[in-house]
Design a protein around this ligand. Structure first.
Ligand code: HMG
Ligand code: MG
Length: 297
């Protein structure tokens, strides 16, 4: 039994842009976000409060948030540590995503701490965010494979998710960071997560490195998942995960779901307009099937 409707969490302004080397003007990012909202996206990762030395593209996080909050959207910002949270507290943003890798080696490269060192810092942060009425999302990287450690055991992913759920997060976003998972793995992992975490929003985050993201999304749908992180134009990739390319493209996912009779409430024409705002500023061509097809016809 597939869901009748699906929620798309747009990660383009954050995951999509963080890997772009040349700085994209802040005004373009703001227009991109407004265009995405105009296309019907109601949950958007706007930016991340990370170190500007590590990820210079996100250095304008405070400026983005100051101008891009609205009441109709869940406006999510990422933060990896207390310093990031302190910067979030200076804004009016009410939804925070924390992020950790199942793999220690990846977490070390991405956040400069082991996974459990990160958890030691994040658990009290999550408690405090919940006491103050924030929506908290936990992004779990390398839940399937790690670029440094290889295959990740299901039980390790489950254990880390359990720690977040016990800390009180509202949502788990579970990621195939380098796009190595295949559909039977997607089905197995998301079936286990769905079975155990019945009171937590569960979201699947697939990178499309090997063009298997749509198949993995279909497998996750079959496991009962009805929330997907996607990126307009299929942009994206983590600078600290070699080999990671873009996320599943929002327009390709929306196209597939709508053709299956699954409602997304996203307007594809307006989504293409939003992508066209940022496209001239990107270092690479947009290679999502839907976008290319639109441009050719
Ligand atoms: P560090 O160097 O170990 O940090 O980096 P530190 O605590 O030693 O501080 C060093 C300097 O950074 C200090 O400044 C701090 O103030 C500053 P200085 O005294 O040298 O001038 N600093 C900060 N500045 C602004 N905001 C902050 C912050 N923290 C420290 N939050 C740190 C540790 C976590 C900061 C660094 O490793 C970092 O920024 N990492 C972020 C990496 C990142 O953004 N990765 C991409 C997002 S995750 C992802 O894409 C995966 C996901 O999509 C799911 C999937 O696909 O798998 C979510
Ligand atoms: Mg990602």
């Amino acid at each position: 039994q597939l869901p009748e409707k699906v929620t798309i969490i747009e990660v383009g302004p954050r995951d999509g842009l963080q890997n772009e080397k040349a700085f994209i003007p802040t005004s373009v990012k703001k227009d991109f976000i407004k265009g995405l909202r105009n296309a019907g996206l109601t949950e958007i990762e706007l930016t991340s409060f990370v170190s500007p030395k590590w990820v210079p593209q996100m250095a304008d996080a405070a400026e983005i948030v100051a101008d891009c909050l609205d009441d109709q959207t869940r406006n999510i910002v990422l933060a990896p540590n207390q310093k990031g949270i302190d910067r979030v507290y200076k804004t009016d943003c009410k939804a925070v995503a924390v992020f950790v890798g199942v793999s220690d080696t990846f977490n070390q490269k991405n956040i400069n701490k082991s996974t459990q060192e990160s958890m030691l810092e994040l658990i009290p942060i999550i408690h405090e965010l919940k006491e103050n009425g924030y929506f908290v999302r936990a992004c779990i990287s390398t839940a399937f494979y790690c670029p440094y450690e290889g295959k990740i055991e299901l039980e390790d992913t489950m254990r880390l998710c359990r720690q977040f759920v016990e800390a009180g997060v509202d949502e788990l976003s579970v990621a195939d960071t380098i796009g190595l998972a295949v559909p039977h793995e997607s089905f197995a992992v998301f079936s286990s997560l769905k079975k155990e975490f019945t009171n937590t929003l569960l979201t699947a985050h697939f990178h499309d490195t090997r063009k298997i993201a749509l198949a993995n999304i279909f497998a996750a749908l079959q496991a009962g998942v009805d929330r997907f992180d996607t990126s307009a134009g299929g942009l994206g990739g983590c600078p600290f995960a070699p080999g990671a390319s873009g996320n599943a493209a929002t327009e390709d996912v929306v196209y597939m779901l709508e053709r299956m009779g699954i409602q997304t409430n996203i307007d594809l024409d307006k989504l293409v307009e939003a992508i066209s705002i940022v496209q001239p500023h990107l270092s690479r061509a947009i290679d999502s099937t839907y976008y290319r097809f639109q441009q050719q016809n």
